[in-house]
Structure formats: C-alpha cells, structure tokens
Write a protein that binds this ligand. Sequence first.
Ligand SMILES: Nc1nc2c(ncn2[C@@H]2O[C@H](COP(=O)(O)OP(=O)(O)OP(=O)(O)O)[C@@H](O)[C@H]2O)c(=O)[nH]1
Ligand SMILES: [Mg+2]
Length: 447
Amino acid sequence: MLINTSSYNESDTISAEITPPGQGGVSVVRISGKHAFRIVKLLIDKKLPDHGTARLCRIRGTSEGFIDEAIVTAFKAPHSYTGEDVIEVALHGNMLIVSEVLKLIYKAGARPASAGEFTFRAFLNGRIDLTQAEAVEDIISANSQQAIESAFSGLAGGIRENATKLTKTLSGLLIGFELELDFVEESVEILDAESRIKIINELLSDTEDMIEGYDQARKVKSGVKVAIIGAPNVGKSSLFNMLTNSDKAITNIEAGTTRDVLEASTIINGVRFVFSDTAGMRQTLNEVEAEGVKRAIDAGESADIILNLEAVGIDTCREFEVNDQNRVINVLNKIDLGIVKEDNSKQNISVKENIGIDRLKKMLYNVCMGKENLVGKSTITRERHYRCLLGLIDNLKEAKKLISEEYPQEIVAEELREGLHYLDELTGKSWTKDILETIFSKFCIGK
Ligand SMILES: Nc1nc2c(ncn2[C@@H]2O[C@H](COP(=O)(O)OP(=O)(O)OP(=O)(O)O)[C@@H](O)[C@H]2O)c(=O)[nH]1
Ligand SMILES: [Mg+2]
C-alpha cells in the first residue's frame, strides 16, 4: 500500500497495535498525540503513571466491568518514540481484547494510525532524521547479524552525525562567500582561495569516507549474490546443496540435470549469502536446456560473486566470460578423483569428501568484505544516500575548480548551495512528498 503522507494529519491523536497481530504473550497498543493521556485515563482504574514509568491497571471494556489487566507506560513529550505524549498499553496477547481496547480508544477521539505514522511523527518532530527513519525499517527487516549491526549504526544516528558535521563546515564556507558578496565594495576577504580549497578537500575526503562502505553495507543488507557457474556435471548442484545445507537441488551423474536457477541462502560470519545453482554451460540443441544456459548466464551477470566451478576429468567451460575477475573465485572440484597439480589460482575442493569447503566459505567472506569490515562504521546503506553524496561530491569538485580558475564569488556560492541541498535531502531537512512516500510506504502499521 502506498501511503499518502500529506493525508497524515499531525494534530490527530493516533493509535494502533504495535506488536504483530494474533495470539501471544502480550499485545501492545500505542497511543500518540495531545489527547493520549486523556483517552487512557478513561480506560483505566488507576492514576496514570509518571513519565517513563509503568503501572499495572485494570482496563474497562465496552460493556460493564473490566476486560483485562495491563501494564500502562507513559512517556511525556518530547521524550517518547514520536516526540509527542505517548502511552503504551501492554495487554494479554488476545486479538479480541486488542480490538475491543482499540474500539474504545477510537471512540474516545483517536484515529487509527496509518502504516509508518508513528515513525513519521518522530521524523516531523525532529527526534530522528530521515536516515534514522530508514534505519528503523532496516533493523526490522535485517536478516543477518551484520545487517542488524549496520542498521543499528544508522538508527543510533551515525549517518546523521556525519552529515551534520559536513553541513556545518559547508555552511561556514558558504557564509564566508555570502559575507564577501555583501561587502563587495569594501573588498573584504574572509578567506583566501587556498584556505577555501583546503576546506573543500577535507569535505571531499569526509564524504568519500562515508561512501566507502556503501558497497559492503548494500551487500550485507540484501545478501551477497553468489552464482555457481560451470560445465555440466562438475558438481554445481552438489556444492550448492552443501553450502546451503539443503538438498534442494537434484544431483545426478547425467550431464545437464539442472535447468532452472535455484536459490537458497546461508549465513557465513554473520553475513547472508544467497547462492544460485545454475544449468551446466554447453552448446546444446535442446530448447529447454538452452533456456537453462541462458538463465545461467543471466545469473552470472547479476551476481556479486561467481564461483567458477571446474572438476577433475571434465573440460573447462568456455561459454561464459567474466570481465571483472575481482568477482570470480575459481574452484576445482572432485579432487578426490586424482592427483591435482598445485595451482594458486584455484581453490581445490571435493564436495564428496568435504575437502576445502570451509576454506571456500572463508574466501567468499573475504572477497565480499575486502580488507576491512566497515559495517557499523556509519557508512551509508541505501542508494538514496549514495546519490545524495555523489551529488555533493560533484558540487564540491566543481566549486574547487571554479575557485582555482578565479570565477566570480556568486557562481562558486551557487555551487556550494547546491551541495548543501544534497545534504539536506540526505537527512530529510528538505524533502519532497515522493521521497517521504517511498520511504514510509515500506513501513507496517504500528511502526
Ligand atoms: N567423485 C566426486 N563426485 C562428485 C563430487 N561432487 C559431485 N560429484 C558427483 O558428480 C555428479 C554430478 O554432480 P551434480 O552436482 O549433479 O553436477 P552439476 O554440475 O550440477 O551438473 P548439471 O546440473 O548437470 O550441470 C554426481 O554424480 C555427483 O555425485 C566430488 O567432489 N567428487
Ligand atoms: Mg546441477
């Protein structure tokens, strides 16, 4: 569902269940907005707890009497998830109780919260910036330990902090230009060209640092795509099953067994790798097999890493050429079948005898993460961030060029202003409806 953020009315008090619907130990209902305290007072048999504390209360039902016993926690604005007055009611995990309590809350003046609306309010109230709102979604959907670590760094404000530092320096530089423009007659010079270029160089280097871990963060978030490619019968499906600890793929002595691309994932050192088993590459007149080979080539082209599999006694496949050798790991399988010459360019394994598989996994991790693990080091995590910072880099480089070629101040200032705009876009200080809708539409109700 695409939310329409412009229809969020910020003055409404909103409420929704913030735990997954269904039966469970507890279900929590959150109420946020200026009427939150008043509404909950109507429902409970005791005084509201003080800010940041909880109280065991009985909850009145729609009919006479009480329907549940609940822990009620109060958060006074601005020290709450949304930055507004918030009450959270932890009920027993029964859908009937939850819907009855919500009915009472809505009757008393709140309205149902839309998907992502609590986080949207946190953003509007300045408690979090846009990169932190994105990290809320990332931490919920993270499916490996390192993906959680990366999302948590964003949630804790890592990107925000770096962006704020860049904004401060860049604004300072821009103010200097603007002051000089104001006093153009008096020919006031706040900073000379050399000092300005030095500041821009520092800004460029800090921006590049933020971008450096993007490729890693992106892979860690979505899973590293690894395609197993090779001639028929080299043991691709056998290796796929072993790496993913499954028996999803059919393996057989007959060449040309696999036709469809199969996918399965496994975690190595906290990073999720998504493996594709593919059809053996060979020239064939068989239409179905030829389609399989075409799909295998596509899988290889879109993968982050290719396991180029060969086997003792089987001719090397020549059907697939990879330009970027950095993403290829050459592997020789079935070394149990014969004496194998030492060859440093290949990883020797035997799926049958489980030789070299752990070493291959380590190698996969190393190829993906490079020399240094940058996850959690406040690097950017999304293409949106990447585009903003690339824009900033372009402006900074251009400004540097204009300064050294002694262009008029106002032209340089315009370039720096555009750079600042990219930073504002990154943190959400300047936003468009489209950006907000793309981000918040991914959220679920209650977040
Ligand atoms: N001796 C030996 N046999 C192996 C090894 N790995 C796989 N095999 C056997 O090699 C044959 C082919 O294995 P598959 O995993 O089906 O090979 P594939 O590359 O997926 O083949 P296609 O799908 O036909 O392209 C099977 O009989 C496997 O049991 C190994 O390390 N050593
Ligand atoms: Mg196969």
